[in-house]
Design a binder for this molecule. Structure first.
Ligand SMILES: [Fe+2]
Length: 335
């Protein structure tokens, strides 16, 4: 009998699960149980639509190697950020597989701006694009893209700010009208890093495109991505900051901010981020959230960085992108 139980879906959402452990609690006990039963958590992740909450993992903050061990349960490759050229101040000094997301020294990463207006007409947190901005799936500008991200709240901010939003790409895809599903099944988005000068705002502002080396070039990704574990298709797209608004955002359709490709992308993103497909995670210290980038998109929200410190640790797991990427070299590594 498994030592894990998974309560699904997460309260108020149509997907996601909360992991509990029968027996001794805490990060070290959970990691040991996961290693003894290595299929349990990946199976729960797939069964819950790609989102797991593991509360009570605060012990990882004092023993960061535990986060790395747990990450390895979810796939064969955990990114070493020192090897992939991440700025050293954003990499954990002892465990280079941990990327530090924080507004305090030495990281100094600012939170996203507040939506305008800050609340919806009925007084709720805005989640739907374009009122909510910043929706993306991690590192989609790489081929093959990563599978899974793990995010630990070391020092979260109080609830009501600094949330992470998740949208269910499989449910959103299934809810599309059949003719739109048929149309997008053969289409690819063009994804690119936000610092490549091809964000929508940069293109609208007439910025001269930066010369890009081959390993920085935009990468094609299917708009409806087939999940290698569940066999389901899911909407796989980003919006203004992580798509190529110069030659894309959709390969083969009229490019640019006012083109047919941009209109289709905006319509799909507004569909995907409707409140019925979105879960808002309010962080408690020690929460570990595991999400599947192959079928979910996510967005960060504003917090008062003038008054509050926030420290989050992320790892990125890859190695099972699906048959469409079989045998490909890593696009993001310079030759
Ligand atoms: Fe992200």
């Amino acid at each position: 009998m498994s030592r894990f139980d998974c309560m699904t879906p997460l309260p108020g959402a149509g997907f996601g699960g909360r992991i509990g452990l029968n027996g001794p609690a805490g990060a070290a006990a959970l990691v040991a149980a996961a290693e003894a039963e290595p299929e349990a958590l990946p199976r729960a992740l797939a069964a819950s639509g790609g989102l797991l909450l593991l509360p009570g993992m605060g012990g990882m903050a004092a023993e960061p190697a535990l986060l790395l061990r747990l990450s390895r349960i979810f796939g064969p490759e955990v990114e070493n950020y020192r090897e992939t050229g991440m700025a050293p101040n954003m990499v954990h000094p002892e465990v280079p597989e941990i990327f530090v997301v924080s507004n305090i020294p030495p990281v100094h990463r600012a939170p996203p701006p507040r939506p305008e207006p800050p609340l919806t007409e009925d007084g709720r947190l805005p989640v739907q694009f374009p009122h909510r901005r910043g929706w993306h799936t991690d590192q989609s500008y790489r081929r093959p893209p990563p599978d899974i991200s793990l995010f630990l709240a070391v020092v979260p901010v109080p609830q009501g700010q600094g949330q992470t939003l998740f949208a269910d790409g499989a449910a959103a895809y299934a809810a599309l009208p059949p003719d739109l599903r048929a149309r997008i099944d053969g289409l690819d988005g063009l994804h690119v890093s936000s610092d490549a000068g091809r964000r929508r705002e940069a293109v609208l502002g007439g910025a001269a495109p930066k010369p890009l080396a081959p390993h920085q070039r935009p990468q094609r990704q299917p708009l409806a991505r087939l999940h290698p574990v569940t066999g389901q298709r899911a909407l796989y797209l980003c919006e203004y900051g992580q798509m190529d608004w110069l030659e894309g955002p959709i390969a083969g359709l009229e490019p640019g901010p006012h083109g047919e490709g941009g209109r289709l992308l905006e319509a799909l993103m507004a569909h995907l981020t409707q409140p019925r497909f979105v879960h808002v995670h309010e962080w408690t210290a020690g929460d570990l959230v595991v999400w599947d980038n192959r079928c979910l998109v996510h967005a960060a929200t504003w917090f008062d960085a003038e008054r509050l410190d926030r420290v989050m640790w992320r790892t990125t797991v890859s190695g099972n992108p699906g048959a469409a990427y079989a045998g490909e070299a890593k696009s993001w590594l310079a030759a």
